[in-house]
Design a protein around this ligand. Structure first.
Ligand SMILES: C[S@@+](CC[C@H](N)C(=O)[O-])C[C@H]1O[C@@H](n2cnc3c(N)ncnc32)[C@H](O)[C@@H]1O
Length: 215
């Protein structure tokens, strides 16, 4: 997807920038984020994202590379980086404004080494540091966390998950938060049918937290 658009999953949001500051308070973390128009959930931390950060396992130091798929302004990526400073955290998104905010929010929250990369819908790295652009294509992830954009539509969602779940290491795991009424259960069935064994970790306030094993 390219060209200006008002949708938060476009590469170049058409709406003018109007940054604001928001807070994220978790049991183990107090974080602050700059957000902007043209990125997902600019005014508050999304309820699904909050559930993921509260209920999914934390990354561990044994995870060399972890991924926030569809990072937006970075609440998941920054939390991963703060929880496991020894891991390399990759934050990828189609939206270049979102990726720039993730990098900025990493610096603001004492985790300046997040690898924030603009990708295309086939998972190719198209903007980032030269080192990250060179490394991302061959990087495999020990863990992947995501609040995926169901609103991109089922074919695009299936393509995105196929691209990125197949970058898990053989023992890698993913945790996805999906709204029940947007098809969490059928998505879980689809992933299991494709070979990524999927189980429901918890269900709360209309969201499902799904745990996915590499195939
Ligand atoms: C629901 S938002 C979540 C944003 C952020 N992780 C959060 O929790 O606030 C999903 C994000 O996925 C991005 N996205 C959509 N399709 C994508 C794709 N194929 N590859 C990477 N990112 C994608 C969107 O641009 C959006 O920022």
């Amino acid at each position: 997807m390219s060209g200006p658009s008002s949708q938060y999953f476009s590469r170049a949001p058409a709406v003018d920038s109007a940054e604001q500051e928001i807070q994220l308070s978790l049991a183990d973390l107090e974080l602050q984020f700059t957000t902007d128009r043209g990125v997902f959930s600019q005014s508050r931390i999304d309820a699904g994202t909050r559930l993921l950060l509260q209920e999914a396992p934390h990354p561990t130091a044994s995870m060399a590379n972890v991924c926030d798929l569809g990072c937006g302004y970075g609440p998941i990526a920054v939390s991963l980086a703060r929880r496991s400073p020894a891991s390399s955290v990759w934050a990828v998104d189609l939206n270049e404004r979102a990726v720039a905010l993730t990098a900025k929010n990493g610096v603001a929250n004492d985790c300046p080494d997040i690898h924030a990369v603009v990708v295309d819908s086939d998972g190719s790295a198209i903007d980032g540091t030269p080192e990250d652009l060179a490394a991302l294509p061959t990087t495999q992830f020990d863990g992947l966390w995501s609040n995926p954009s169901i609103r991109i539509g089922k074919p695009a969602m299936h393509h995105m998950l196929t691209v990125w779940l197949d970058r898990l290491t053989p023992s890698g795991m993913a945790w996805l938060v999906v709204q029940r009424h947007l098809g969490a259960d059928s998505l879980a069935d689809w992933m299991t049918a494709q070979g990524w064994a999927t189980t429901r970790v918890c269900s709360r306030a209309g969201y499902r937290l799904l745990e996915v094993k590499a195939r």
